[in-house]
Write a protein that binds this ligand. Sequence first.
Ligand code: GTP
Ligand code: SPV
Ligand code: MN
Length: 584
Amino acid sequence: MYNNKYVNEWVEQMAALTQPDQIVWCDGSEEERERLTKEAVSTGEMIELNQDVLPGCLYHRTLENDVARVEGRTFICTERKEDAGPTNNWMEKAYAYAKVGHLYEGAMKGRTMYVIPYIMGPASSEFSKVGIELTDSIYVVLNMRIMTRMGKIAMDFLGDSPNFIKGLHAKADVDPENRYILHFPEDNTIWSINSAYGGNVLLGKKCFALRIASWLGLKEGWMAEHMLILGIEKPDGDIQYITAAFPSACGKTNLAMLIPPEKYQKMGYKVWTVGDDIAWLRIGKDGRLWAVNPEAGFFGVAPGTSMKSNPNALLTCQANTIFTNVCLKDDKTVWWEGMNKDVPEHAIDWKGNEWTPDLGIKAAHPNSRFTAPAKQCPCVSDKFDDPNGVPVSAIVFGGRRAKVAPLVYQSFDWEHGVFVGATMASETTAAATGAVGVVRRDPMAMLPFCGYNMGDYFQHWLDMGKKIPNPPKIFNVNWFRTNDEGKFIWPGFGDNLRVLLWILARCNGEADAVESPIGYLPKPEDIDIEGTDIDFETLKGLLSIDKDSWAEEVKDQEAHLAKFDKLPAEITAQYEGLKKRLGL
Ligand code: GTP
Ligand code: SPV
Ligand code: MN
């Protein structure tokens, strides 16, 4: 037990509700990691991987019905429905406590309750915040250990303050029919039950650092965003930072760790990773926007991660990593589709079944993931632990669009940039349950993660823009345009640096642009394609705007905007402006 009376009282109450056999207070020590690992391995909850090849690494499978976030069962529980808004699932607060509280009754009987204190943000930062997660899953404890600054360090940070986010997670029967991910922003509380998968149960991540934090940001004048943070070092040693919001499984981890094309490496360009999923943004004393990554690890998509696509990610997860729902090879190492050409002749797939290539099914689940300490990343930024984070030069929005959206364009100004973010669209991925490949509008990649009314969220963006004396410039990118054969046209990955360099050049007043109805487009000659396999005509195509597709796009945007009940007038005006510029 720690000596914060607010924590102790609450743990006592939750224990009275869930009735665990015992309570273990986590301290974050190495001894604790070893003890819990041993226990999880002995019960079969986790499998120890080949320690010669993957030291400190563990393997875990979740149930077949529990492999992604469940947006349909994720709720914002406030007193008034309008505070959650029409795009969030809402449950009345008292009703939610009663209904789901019932499911927690005795849910930890025969189990151990682990108390996990953790900090979101560097321990040295006045902006960091403490959460405490109660869980009956060792898998969760070991993941939180990697994803956050966890244990005694968090209790020291908290001191005798009552200001912590209360998270209660119980695996219960992992029953999808009784699965609930509930957020009570008015009470700093998160309840998760009947799941054991990532974003549903690692409560510091999406539940706290985005849904609860976005609410806190609204009240306190800052922003919590689904954004990567990266630094680009020029040959002269100067580093500029970019944040980018792409929906789940649309390339944040990859962009955050990109390796410059050979030509640029030779010139001395380097990329540094500050974060791959979440950014907390505040106005700095210098009048710029500053970004902190509240997390300490990466919970990254495994399939497609290779020495070719993202060597830094692969190198990060060679030790002290937890692999979830990937393929387990006979030599107790791991594999996934797109890792390399060494397809195992025999293995155990993510469902725990014997697997051979001729079965024609995937060995790893498309949303299988690695949990790895950020500090192990070869390109981790030396600002990773900086209490103030890094100053942001550009904010980039983007998604998967087979057509319509050009490779890159710049918004006319902040307000127009907010409109570009608010109408962002992307084809859905395996990161959430449901159909894959369907175009969905996902404003700022936050539709599933905003803890309050999206109309108020857009207004908050507009208000922040007015308050930042020297705001970042706002851009939109699309790496995913396809040709008639359905193949990606733009090479992507490391070559995305070519686009980022244009973005920075624009921020620095070093590049021209062509004004178009949707924003500023690059002059094709300003995007360097030397050393890629695309030619100038293809590049021109990637930067083109098709009038008919945009007429359709605008129609779809109108239907999208009609879904919000508190849409700021500025957004409607931006929409009208776009229509007019397109001659519609
Ligand atoms: P979350 O962790 O779910 O928030 O996802 P993320 O945005 O970090 O996605 P991630 O970087 O893991 O990318 C997911 C998928 O996008 C992988 O299959 C990648 O191979 C693919 N991808 C990433 N960058 C590119 C790119 O530049 N071009 C193409 N074609 N695919 C990409
Ligand atoms: C995402 O889905 O955007 C993720 C993975 O980053 S999860 O933690 O499951 O939300
Ligand atoms: Mn994410």
